[in-house]
Design a binder for this molecule. Structure first.
Ligand code: AMP
Length: 213
């Protein structure tokens, strides 16, 4: 099963990708998480990505395409995978086609912009394993501590309101055209991202059931 999530930053792609990944036992691949890890380690990739990520703009296509090529070659991707945050531009989507990868379903999680900006201020991220939380919607069992690995939770630097607005502008200009790209292939479904987290997961699963027969 090859599933892709589209949607604005903060629409809930990461949360849903983690839930679907657990349910179906396929890896969730987040280019954002891979870039954040590289930045934390101070690797060459991290140094290359930092100025773009900090400004809320997109890392150059060739860099993220290289990351995805390498990641999708992993053995754990043989049964399927979930793409969270890739592709984000039409050339990235074309690169996926050129790799011979055809998706089974593309889910766009739809959330209004003003709701996104409010939602982002409550978002928290594990400093070690990258798991995502929200102080109201997805609280950890112990405040400020990751349920999965016990590391402290942090705010993402690019979740500040001024950067979020830039990321939303980038999304509308560069990523939203992908909805037409995948609608033309008959792969796109729109899911209401204002709903409860459990209902969104259930709606995605029922779309997956349709294509799995
Ligand atoms: P995310 O965690 O998906 O919100 O990504 C965080 C940041 O990483 C984005 O604002 C971009 O700067 C960068 N990034 C993640 N995925 C991509 C991608 N597919 N193409 C370009 N930049 C990306």
């Amino acid at each position: 099963m090859k599933l892709m999530f589209l949607g604005a930053p903060g629409a809930g792609k990461g949360t849903q990708a983690e839930r679907i990944s657990e349910k179906y036992g396929i890896p969730s691949i987040s280019t954002g998480a891979i870039l954040r890890e590289a930045m934390a380690q101070g690797s060459e990739l991290g140094k290359k990505a930092k100025s773009f990520v900090d400004a809320g703009t997109l890392v150059p296509d060739d860099v993220v395409i290289g990351i995805i090529k390498e990641r999708l070659a992993g053995d754990d991707c043989k049964k399927g995978f979930i793409l969270d945050g890739f592709p984000r531009t039409v050339p990235q989507a074309e690169a996926l086609d050129a790799m011979g990868i055809t998706m089974d379903l593309v889910v766009s999680i739809e959330v209004d912009d003003d709701h996104i900006v409010r939602r982002m201020s409550g978002r928290r991220l594990c400093s070690k394993c990258g798991a995502s939380y929200h102080i109201v919607n997805v609280p950890p069992k112990v405040e400020g501590v990751c349920d999965k690995c016990g590391a402290p939770l942090m705010l993402r630097a690019d979740d500040k309101p001024e950067v979020v607005r830039d990321r939303l502008a980038t999304y509308h200009k560069q990523t939203e055209p992908l909805k037409d790209f995948y609608a033309a292939k008959g792969l796109l479904v729109l899911i209401n991202g204002h709903d409860e987290i459990e209902n969104i997961t259930a709606n995605i699963c029922s779309e997956l059931d349709k294509i799995r027969g």
